[in-house]
Design a protein around this ligand. Structure first.
Ligand code: CU
Length: 651
């Protein structure tokens, strides 16, 4: 897990430097005192989420303007949002507190049958292991498999989903799978105990059902990649690579305000979303040009595709487990090479106490090969320029998987979002034969097929608040009077006029892209300045449209959604994802079918792979990447990097 330390800071009254700055330790403590004074923090109350409730866009812009401004007299109300759960009664609530006024602003008690449950709390992991290990029926199921020492069985509390079963309605529950860990260094993922699941009520603190469907041998081969007997001796012929920047990096970081070349942005971090980027702008001779008001990846779902015993396995890593909460502390020379600037993150624990995670966010520059190059056959000029990029990233560990979220900003105005997926596969016993829903990765060990479907939320502001989106397909044309030789290639441009028309899928056969255009500003050709989203066009959600998971992760059924900006719409699968029956998030957001042509709009983009595991991904996965690209498309009047100097005098 992460390397962390508890911070206990006396709450001060100092406000944030900027209204979008993450909540500080002092602010979390101040919010906690307000909640306690209101009688909301009984002994059995825990924080399932605690974070900044960002002020709405108009309030921020009224107070500070677009540029990376400092505090002004009209600072918006500083608020924190807490999801509280009484672990004795199960009562869950969504509470807003104002640090400015020292008051509870609102409190809503959830009806879990309709609203869903608050996220899993950290304490649920230990609770689950303790209760399941003590359950007689589960112990009997283990004993039938020859597993009598339950201290050598590790358990995973997995989110339950929502399947309409009578004995599950309204319960705060998890489904618990087991793995054998014969000694403290054994790699438990190698040894799944398949066919048995304990369904655990976290409030009643008891197992209410043990599912015992089949017995298969526990796979025996060790996957402990730290063990020389498993990995073999280390290679001795890899010589050092060192990255040096003798004059230091080219970016400046002032608090949370980051500037590099023509880019500027603010950095935020949240226990649920992880890294958030704010007010991303590009400067040119006309000054700061706004591009994205806010960018983040606020949800991801990992639905598994084995229809048998483990049909319910689907994890919303952000909405159910909070990807930001599990952020890693990064280490120079191990996780990051070169001249690195780190930012710490402050993450509240189950008790709302701030916990400092040092070196949570990494900022650095990377050489990225050739930017442009030409040897001219007429004038003899031979020129070459190096591309480089600014990287803002963090890594998180959510159960078996480790995810790195990387945002890249290039000299030529390109932005990339890349997720690096690594860690270990979720395992099961392999049934034998050619089982279609799983891959055999070690003798008797299977890795069930699944998808990773991320949702990026891009609050676009290309040259201002009013934008529109065009869908652009490329294609050929039939032979005809305008195309007598049949060689014509054209773009088909379709304005996505309303929210329902903008729920779209990618189409790699048509090279489909989506262009976000300014409806206020034109380039020197009189055409709207624009940025284009290039999707990877991997499959959307593969579960049947009638399935529970399809209802619960509606966002993942399309690659693109465009909504009219609404400050309440932050999470693509809804605010309370855990055990939610479905229908929340993007499908609900577009129900009003608002006009989005020339409006303040938000793009939501689904991306990520369908993952049929490979033997080479066991016992630990080499990084697999997925993501998307945004490129300027007539945002500039020409190549904006002609002024990049040659890298050295001999080039
Ligand atoms: Cu995977």
């Amino acid at each position: 897990m992460t390397d962390t330390a508890t911070v206990r800071t006396d709450a001060g009254s100092a406000g944030p430097a900027h209204p979008l700055d993450p909540a500080s330790a002092a602010e979390y403590l101040a919010g906690r005192r307000i909640l306690a004074a209101a009688g909301l923090l009984g002994e059995s109350v825990r924080f399932a989420y605690y974070g900044l409730d960002e002020p709405a866009k108009d309030e921020v812009l009224a107070g500070t303007g677009w540029a990376a401004g400092r505090s002004s007299p009209s600072q918006p109300d500083r608020r924190l949002r807490a999801f509280l759960i009484d672990v004795r009664t199960g009562e869950s609530s969504d509470v807003l507190v104002s640090l400015t006024s020292g008051q509870v602003v609102s409190r809503r008690v959830l009806d879990p049958r309709i609203d869903g449950q608050v996220p899993i709390i950290t304490g649920d992991f230990a609770t689950a292991e303790e209760i399941v290990r003590a359950d007689p029926q589960w112990r009997a199921a283990m004993a039938r498999r020859g597993l009598t020492d339950v201290t050598k069985i590790r358990t995973c509390p997995l989110t339950a989903g929502s399947f309409g079963d009578d004995d599950e309605a309204g319960r705060r529950m998890v489904r618990v799978l087991a793995f054998v860990q014969a000694d403290p260094h054994d790699y438990a993922w190698s040894h799944p105990v398949d066919g048995v699941a304990a369904y655990l009520d976290l409030i009643e603190r008891r197992v209410f059902r043990v599912v015992d469907e089949f017995e298969r041998p526990v796979p025996a081969e060790s996957g402990d990649y730290d063990d020389p007997a498993v990995r073999g001796p280390h290679r001795t012929d890899l010589r050092p690579i060192e990255i040096t920047q003798p004059e230091g990096p080219s970016f400046t970081l002032d608090g949370t305000s980051l500037r590099w070349q023509n880019w500027s942005m603010r950095i935020g971090f949240d226990a649920r979303e992880g890294l958030t980027l704010h007010q991303i702008s590009l400067a040119d001779s006309d000054g700061e040009r706004p591009l994205i008001y806010r960018a983040s990846v606020p949800e991801m779902v990992v639905p598994y595709g084995d229809p048998a015993f483990r049909y319910w396995q689907t994890y919303f890593d952000s909405g159910e487990y909070l990807v930001g909460k599990w952020v890693n502390s990064l280490e120079l020379g191990c996780d990051c090479l070169g001249e690195i600037a780190y930012l710490d993150a402050t993450i509240p624990d189950d008790f709302g106490e701030p916990r400092l995670v040092p070196n949570a966010i990494c900022v650095h520059e990377e050489d990225h090969g050739i930017l442009w190059k030409h040897t001219d056959i007429f004038n003899g000029s031979a020129q070459s320029r190096r591309q480089r990029r600014l990287v803002v990233s963090f890594f998180t560990t959510v159960g078996n998987y480790d995810y790195g979220f990387y945002w890249y900003f290039y000299l030529d105005g390109t932005i990339e979002c890349e997720v690096k997926m690594t860690g270990t596969l979720f395992t099961a016993a392999y049934p034998g034969g050619d089982y279609p829903y799983s891959a055999e990765v070690a003798p008797g060990l299977g890795a069930p097929v699944h998808q990773h479907l991320f949702s990026a939320r891009l609050d676009m502001t290309v040259d201002g608040l009013t934008n529109a989106v065009d869908e652009i397909d490329v294609g050929g044309c039939p032979v005809g009077p305008d195309n007598p030789h049949g060689n014509a290639i054209i773009q088909t441009i379709t304005r996505l006029g309303c929210e329902s028309a903008a729920a779209r899928r990618a189409d790699a056969t048509r090279g489909r892209t989506w262009r976000v255009v300014s409806t206020e500003r034109a380039n020197r050709f009189g055409r709207p300045t624009a940025y284009t989203l290039y999707p990877e066009a991997a499959p959307v959600l593969l579960a049947d449209p009638s399935s529970s998971i399809s209802a619960r992760s509606g966002f993942a059924t399309n690659h693109l959604w465009v909504t009219r900006y609404d400050p309440a719409q932050r999470y693509p699968a809804g605010d309370f994802v855990n055990q939610h029956p479905g229908g929340a998030g993007l499908p609900a957001f577009i129900a009003g079918d608002q006009d989005i042509d020339g409006a303040d709009i938000v793009l939501w983009h689904t991306f990520g792979p369908a993952h049929f595991p490979r033997p080479e991904e066991w016992p630990v996965m080499p990084v697999t990447r997925c993501g998307f690209t945004l490129k300027p498309t007539g945002f500039f009047d020409r190549n904006p990097t002609l002024d990049v100097p040659p890298p050295s005098s001999h080039c």
